[in-house]
Design a protein around this ligand. Structure first.
Ligand code: NDP
Length: 463
């Protein structure tokens, strides 16, 4: 189908034409359309200033994934029943390096969600300054409540098809929601067995067999480092700040740990069943309990209040128009669960509760209306593609260590991570300022991420 717009040019109409064309082609992909819209609003002055991007139809090319792979994943449960899930891998853009992005195992996974995540990943990876393209994949398989053997059989079946499409110089997946160290281990084992190679095809490996130290910590730590950079622009620090954290998985856990280390006080956590509020603060000891609960016993966050009576738990009402977690008065917020978890009402509640800074640990956790409301109210908003880029940045460091067959210390990786988050923050501010967007990090992240990829695409011709 020819999706080209009438004439290459710029202006709001031109951008709207792009969105309309995309909406006609992919009407059932709301998350993908949302992610594109969030980027495209930043690009008008860029295309005006650099007309060759328009002439080369860079945007049209960028909006189309280089490849999308979908496959069947049959597997057998412990009780002998046979199940069939869908597997996907989206290779969105490889202009600056091999596809890189996580695998998500969650019942909500579909092509729209994976295209949104892979699209975001292009800009995020570009911002890290590392040579990695954008990709994402996963399955609608739900690991919750499944035994280790079931998860292993699923991972083996998934990799038995995926192995054809990935490789350490082609496409390097990592973890995401529902894919942690256990799943990466099973996936890697099957890849190694089928291909008869031991390579850096997946990141997030355990440190004993090629993983980088500090990879599990990197996304949460990075989101807090980014928040500290934002606070510093106002002559402030995170010390003493009361912080709302959502989720209780990988990103949320390590965001909490770094907040505690920097003298801030995380006071909330959540999962898909409910949320806890601990007004006395989540300490390192309480966090250890959460890590054991979530990572070893794979339990629910409700158990927190059985152990720590200072806290309260409440279930999530998915029909409600707001999440009560965002009503708790605080100074800063770290949404670290999933996409669109802060809507317009939640944003109003955050402002009402005194939150002055939001650092997105999750991908696209804030709806566009909520983002506008926060920014208009003067809240510092670190968009996910910048604020949570620490995870993929350390994944790229893992790739570098694997290629060189050496291993850096925790301190070395942390030094790199801090520098990378500092640089991303600076690049975002610089790009936003240069194109007339003041200090709006959203536009800065989109523009800086876009320009590097666009230039590489032009250099490489029509491929
Ligand atoms: P985990 O699977 O470790 O944890 C996810 C957490 O979010 C769990 O507490 C989960 O609750 C909750 N959650 C997931 N889906 C929903 C939902 N639909 N509604 C409510 N709660 C939900 O994932 P991560 O911590 O790795 O990822 C969290 C976010 O961070 C995602 O947006 C991911 O894309 C993003 N991210 C992750 C990176 C990483 O390195 N891991 C890197 C960059 C971004 P429950 O246990 O009930 O499912």
């Amino acid at each position: 189908m020819d999706t080209s717009v009438a004439t290459p040019g710029t202006g709001s109409m031109f951008m709207q034409d792009h969105l309309d064309a995309l909406t006609r082609r992919d009407p059932n992909q709301p998350e993908f359309l949302q992610a594109v819209q969030e980027v495209i609003v930043s690009l008008e002055p860029v295309l005006e200033r650099h007309p060759h991007y328009g002439q080369q139809r860079v945007l049209e090319r960028l909006l189309e994934p280089e490849r999308v792979i979908q496959f069947r994943v049959p597997w057998q449960a412990d009780d002998g029943t046979v199940h069939v899930n869908r597997g996907f891998r989206v290779g969105f853009n490889s202009a600056i390096g091999p596809y890189k992005g996580g695998l998500r195992f969650h019942p909500s996974v579909n092509l729209s969600i994976l295209k949104f995540l892979a699209f975001e990943q292009i800009f995020k990876n570009s911002l890290t300054g590392q040579p990695i393209g954008g990709g994402k994949g996963g399955s609608d398989f739900d690991p919750r409540g499944r035994s280790n053997s079931e998860v292993m059989r699923f991972c083996q079946s998934f990799m038995t098809e995926l192995f054809r499409h990935v490789g350490h110089n082609t496409d390097v997946p990592a973890g995401d929601i529902g894919v942690g160290g256990r799943e990466i281990g099973f996936l890697f084992g099957q890849y190694k067995r089928i291909t008869n190679t031991f390579t850096g095809v997946l990141t997030g490996r355990a440190p004993g067999w090629g993983g980088s130290l500090l990879r599990p910590e990197a996304t949460g730590y990075g989101a807090v480092y980014f928040a500290a950079e934002m606070a510093e622009t106002q002559g402030e620090s995170l010390e003493g700040k009361r912080c709302l954290v959502s989720g209780s998985g990988n990103v949320a856990q390590y965001a909490c740990r770094k907040l505690i280390e920097l003298g801030a006080t995380p006071i909330t956590l959540s999962d898909s069943s409910g949320w806890i509020h601990d007004p006395e603060g989540i300490t390192e000891e309480k966090l250890q309990f959460v890590m054991e609960l979530k990572n070893e016993r794979r339990g629910r966050i409700a158990e927190y209040v059985e152990r720590f009576t200072s806290a309260t738990w409440a279930p999530v009402d998915s029909a409600a128009d707001h999440h009560p977690l965002w009503c708790v008065p605080a100074d800063a917020a770290f949404p670290s669960a999933t996409q669109n978890e802060i809507n317009d009402s939640d944003a109003a509640n955050l402002i009402e509760g005194g939150v002055g800074l939001v650092s997105e640990g999750a991908n696209m956790p804030t709806t566009p209306e909520a983002q506008d409301r926060l920014v208009d109210a003067g809240v510092l908003l670190g968009p996910g593609k910048a604020a949570n880029a620490g995870g993929v940045a350390v994944s790229a460091l893992e790739m570098a260590q694997a290629s060189q067959r050496l291993r850096w210390t925790t301190e070395e990786v942390d030094r790199h991570l801090k520098r990378i988050m500092h640089d991303i923050h600076a690049v975002c501010l610089d790009a936003a300022g240069s194109y007339g967007f003041g200090s709006d990090y959203r536009h800065g992240a989109n523009i800086a991420g876009f320009r590097k990829v666009a230039d590489a695409m032009i250099d490489q011709g029509l491929v």
